[in-house]
Design a protein around this ligand. Structure first.
Ligand SMILES: [Fe+2]
Ligand SMILES: [Fe+2]
Ligand SMILES: [Fe+2]
Length: 171
């Protein structure tokens, strides 16, 4: 824990425990997102499965980086990142979609839904910390930017899979 880290956040009027709890929930989401992408990439089948698997693998790596960044900040603020996988589902906001149907299009749909949930999570976090905690704010902005890009990448792939133009299939 960084004594000053906690002090600055508290002085800015933030409840540090509430902040740690939100960050921990996002941390759990990230591990689930990581695994959802990772396992999805392994089992993907059907049209453009190879292309979809490559994108899912890339995103998996980025979700893990998000988890790392969140863990670092949680510890800095005096908290403990969820120490056991059984907490991931329990504390998560966005949950987990098991790729029971390995069809690449189904996987894309599931992951788009998860990304949209993640975007809402980070937008909420941003509102909580903006103009109060510049360090967490910076972190959340970086992650939010990635999640927005992830959503768009998957939407674009969905369009390619469907064989339609962008305009016609972006929903
Ligand atoms: Fe993420
Ligand atoms: Fe993402
Ligand atoms: Fe991507």
């Amino acid at each position: 824990m960084g004594m000053k880290a906690k002090e600055l956040v508290t002085r800015a009027g933030l409840d540090v425990n509430a902040l740690i709890s939100e960050l921990n929930s996002a941390y759990c989401d990230e591990w689930l997102a990581y695994y959802q992408y990772w396992i999805g990439a392994k089992v993907a089948e059907g049209k453009m499965a190879h292309l979809v698997a490559n994108e899912l693998t890339e995103h998996a790596g980025e979700e893990l980086e998000h988890a790392e960044k969140l863990a670092k900040r949680i510890i800095e603020l005096g908290g403990t990142p969820a120490i056991s996988p059984d907490l991931w589902l329990k504390e998560s906001t966005c949950g987990f979609f098991a790729p029971k149907d390995p069809n690449a299009l189904t996987l894309l749909k599931q992951n788009i839904q998860s990304e949209r949930c993640a975007i809402e999570v980070y937008d909420k976090l941003l509102h909580m910390v903006q103009d109060k905690d510049p360090v967490t704010e910076h972190l959340v902005r970086e992650i939010l930017e990635d999640e927005l890009e992830h959503e768009q990448d998957l939407e674009d792939l969905q369009c390619s899979c469907l064989g339609s133009d962008k305009k016609g299939c972006a929903k």
